[in-house]
Design a protein around this ligand. Sequence first.
Ligand SMILES: [Zn+2]
Length: 249
Amino acid sequence: MRRVCSYSVFVLILFLLFPSCTHAMNHPRHFYEEKGKAIWDVPTHSKYMAITFDDGPSIKYTPEILKILEEYDARATFFVVGTRVQQNPELIRAMVESGHELANHTFHHPNFTGITKEEIIKEIDFTSEVIEDITGVPPKLFRPPGGVYNDIIVDTANEEGYMVVMWSWHQDTKDWQSPGVPKIVNTVLSNAKNGDIILFHDFGGNRSQTVKALKQILPELIEEGYQFVTVSELIQKHVNYRILNGFGE
Ligand SMILES: [Zn+2]
């Protein structure tokens, strides 16, 4: 009896000392970057950047954005949500035909904090299927909702054949908060560097500031010599492409 008790106390102390044992391990970003499991920025020798849009497509704002991108001969990457892909097949086809990349941003955009491996696989696979049904091409880049990352999320996406793509922390426009066009423009222009991955949203409220900001940002950065490529193209320009385990070859 006494031995059982002391064993229980020992287990309780262990649990109090290491409560994180019950949760997914969360490493700092460099842990994933160094292993080529996820990217935030892509170091490149030349002036390349990737513009990304999350949460769409939006029947209202995505066509406007496509028009601006075409005007400046810029390619972008759209991290689309599966349910909205299903609702807008024509728009999805137009995006691909214009040379843009479609990437996986889950099917329902659930909260990824504490999500299980099984749920992640379902969210990724459903989205991949609807994108491939419409375009004939499965996506190969994945961005978790809310920028949440840990071992389960990154490893599962990698196992499903995806590169995990976050964004340059100095290029988080926070456009979803409608901070004003000058603020969005200033965030991007004052921080611009080779290999940046810029974060915008084309769905989730009034995105007119995003549209207006793009009209100012694109000509300015093109004037500075930058070219806008898809994230997959940017990855291939990585100064140490080998660390990405030949991804995208
Ligand atoms: Zn999102």
